[in-house]
Design a protein around this ligand. Structure first.
Ligand code: FAD
Length: 475
């Protein structure tokens, strides 16, 4: 059959992966179509992920700091929460960014088609057009013929099978809607997303329990970082139940009654006003009719690619959450640029030495490159230097000296291969170590770099300087 639209590059999904791929494709002179079911561009990250969560975490951090000021001689009153205004502000933040993307798409003449895309064959995608906010279909369809395609259809949260369908049970999207402030909330899953949302709600006054099946929180990070977070957050949460699982949830009028099993399970079932399910995200690979295009999708819904982001079908690429861990926006963006450049015939390939992870909790926890755990598992002989923030003038002046900065280097090559920071602003501070790892710096490169005093960033220089004497035979 015929096609309604023809393009050189079709990008499926307008999250950080998709819009970055579309913009780079257009910049490289290719006629580009971007297909997205929802009304706004930006995907999970801008609409219901990175950005709204950080808008709320900012408010939480300021509120908590204001509370702490009494110790320093300035007392504020009890915070008055206007939930509608708070929600409005979060929506304004999101709107600014998604609106900006729409403008950028227009400026580049990227043709945005709003609807749910399904592959018909290796060169055609059928789009069931959506209306309004994208949740409804209009009944109209368009067929797009493409030369090349970049799949960036992302992921969605995993639902536990035994949890009832109840408005009081939410995933991160529901929690970000901020419809009410529950009195008591259970967070299932102690990963980054669960702990960020737990931080927001606890700052708004909710009593929170966290339950995690594994024996630790934020499992990708080294334990020494998490220990600092745990110590600071002990008063924030009522109970953090490790090695424990929920076995049953009963929806009752007076709340959600939850039974637990495991090492730290409470003897009695507990009743909550809200449950946040944050037990991971699953890729959208099985919902695209990928088989019609011959694109291989694994059992879990992931699509495998090579270093140029090509799937098993040479002219079809895939990027972002749908191709695997880590499911992070900055990974998706870099993969997007590679895919678009490869689609344009360039020799780009994805070859990152590090992809940083950040928990924007209080304190923040950030790590990049190899962790100590990874070095041990891979048999890498490594050295490390840890600079405690208790020795940082700025951290002390901020009243937040619980953190530390860690630099990990390879004992054979002397190159910095990893870095980790726990403390306020750790997410912003980790970038210097990201650059160091990418550039193959040795500790002297950073130690001899003059950092401004007094800053938290100085702690990176101080940690690197601690290697002096350790790396005496540096070239
Ligand atoms: P997505 O952002 O998932 O976008 C995919 C898009 O494709 C969606 O808009 C979807 O509607 C569309 N789509 C899917 N199928 C179809 C179809 N058939 N037809 C049409 N459209 C389709 N990452 C960070 O790096 N930093 C953070 O601080 C951070 N915080 C987060 C907080 C939360 C609460 C959550 C949930 C996630 C967070 N993430 C964060 C993860 C980040 O959001 C994702 O890694 C990122 O959005 C992945 O981008 P993507 O382009 O692969 O896919």
């Amino acid at each position: 059959g015929g096609a309604d639209i023809e393009c050189e590059v079709l990008v499926l999904g307008a999250g950080p992966g998709g819009y970055s791929a579309a913009f780079r494709s257009a910049d490289l002179g290719m006629k580009t179509v971007l297909v997205e079911r929802y009304a706004t561009l930006g995907g999970v990250c801008l609409n219901v992920g990175c950005i709204p969560s950080k808008a709320l975490l900012h408010v939480a951090a300021v509120t908590d700091s204001a509370n702490d000021m009494a110790e320093h001689g300035i007392a504020f009153g009890k915070p008055k929460i206007d939930l509608d205004k708070l929600r409005g502000w979060k929506e304004k933040v999101v709107g600014k960014l998604t609106g900006g993307l729409a403008g950028m798409a227009k400026a580049r003449k990227v043709d945005v088609v709003r609807g749910v895309g399904t592959f018909l064959d290796p060169h055609h995608l059928e789009v069931a057009l959506t209306t309004g906010d994208g949740k409804e279909q209009s009944g109209d369809k368009q067929v797009i013929k493409f030369g090349k395609c970049i799949i960036a259809a992302g992921s969605q949260s995993v639902k536990l099978p035994f949890i009832p369908d109840d408005p009081r049970v939410v995933d991160s999207t529901g929690a970000l809607e901020l419809t009410n402030i529950p009195k008591r909330m259970l967070v299932i899953g102690g990963g980054i997303i669960g702990l960020e949302m737990a931080t927001v709600y606890s700052s708004l006054g909710t009593r929170i329990d966290v339950v995690e099946m594994l024996d630790g929180l934020m499992t990708g990070a080294d334990r020494d970082l998490v220990k600092v977070w745990e110590k600071v957050n002990k008063p924030r949460f009522e109970s953090v139940m490790l090695k424990t699982r929920t076995t049953e949830v009963k929806a009752q009028k007076n709340g959600l009654k939850v039974s637990f099993e495991g090492d730290n399970a409470p003897a009695e079932p507990q009743t909550y006003d809200m449950i946040l399910q944050s037990v991971g995200r699953t890729p959208n690979g099985k919902k695209l009719g990928a088989e019609n295009a011959g694109v291989a999708v694994d059992e879990r819904g992931f699509i495998a690619t090579d270093k140029q982001m090509r799937t098993n079908v040479g002219h079809i690429f895939a990027i972002g959450d749908i191709i695997g861990q880590p499911m992070l926006a900055h990974k998706a963006v870099h993969e997007a640029h590679v895919a678009a450049e490869a689609a344009a015939g360039q020799k780009s390939f994805f070859d990152a030495r590090q992809i940083p992870s950040v928990a924007y909790t209080d304190p923040e926890v950030a790590w990049a490159g190899k962790t100590e755990e990874q070095c041990k598992a891979e048999g890498i002989k490594y050295g490390k230097a840890v600079f405690p923030w208790a020795a940082s003038g700025r951290a002390i002046a901020n009243g937040r000296d619980e953190g530390f900065t860690k630099v990990i280097f390879d004992e054979q090559t002397h190159r910095i291969i990893g870095g980790a920071i726990v403390g306020t602003q750790a997410g912003d501070l980790i970038s210097e170590l990201c650059l160091a790892i990418e550039m193959g710096c040795d500790p002297t490169d950073i130690g001899k770099t003059i950092h401004p005093h007094p800053t938290l960033g100085e702690s990176v220089g101080m940690a690197a300087e601690m290697f002096e004497g350790v790396c005496t035979d540096l070239p």
